[in-house]
Design a binder for this molecule. Sequence first.
Ligand SMILES: CC(=O)[C@@H](O)[C@H](O)COP(=O)(O)O
Ligand SMILES: NCC(=O)COP(=O)(O)O
Length: 237
Amino acid sequence: MTKLSVNINKIATLRNSRGGNVPDLLQVARDVQRFGAQGVTIHPRPDERHIRYQDARDLVNVVYTEYNIEGNPVDDFMNLVLETNPTQVTLVPDAVDALTSNAGWDTIKHKGFLKEIIQEFKSKGIRTSIFVDPVLSMIEGAKETGADRIELYTEEYAVQYSLGNERGIESYVEASVLANELGLGINAGHDLSLNNIEFFKNNIPNLLEVSIGHALIAESLYLGIENVVNMYIRKMQ
Ligand SMILES: CC(=O)[C@@H](O)[C@H](O)COP(=O)(O)O
Ligand SMILES: NCC(=O)COP(=O)(O)O
């Protein structure tokens, strides 16, 4: 079964825009789990533009499904993850000023760095995932880092699918076949949506988790968040 982990970054974006607590991030986290989501994802960035570090702490007692914290492993992020002890940490090579995540790790160039960090998280019982492009050498490098899983960076898939090019899935299928052979778990995320999720899910062998936020929250403005969560779950059955 492919688990849906709802990324609630954009709930925090809306909340922060007025400085108060509307929408209530913790209540949305409770509700998406009640609606059937099997996980909650956050991506606290150094500038705390949406998710604040305190949100990550507050969510520890709210998330009873799978808690996934994503981010660039700078010292503050490392300390936050070790303090909150989530189900999973997903390492993302984001620049501090990046508008959003826009690249996977070079798992060959950064193998030593990643190995050390991953070992530290694993020693605390935290499942580790690294954000990668669907490039075979990067998948092989990911295995060398000792990561439990990869998260396939799906922006390019989403772009190609939106242009009607279903062949955009091919590199992701090849990467997934290799990951399965290497014993790496497969997660995926970035720009997945109600429009493209079914084709992706049906073509990726042993896809364990998708983390979806931006499109899901936007779609919920029209269709309602409970309805949208269940639409994703039905499309992945
Ligand atoms: C790694 C990934 O693709 C998501 O975490 C994405 O970075 C969401 O971040 P924003 O919500 O800041 O765009
Ligand atoms: N890891 C991807 C994620 O958490 C959400 O990405 P997006 O759906 O906001 O593009």
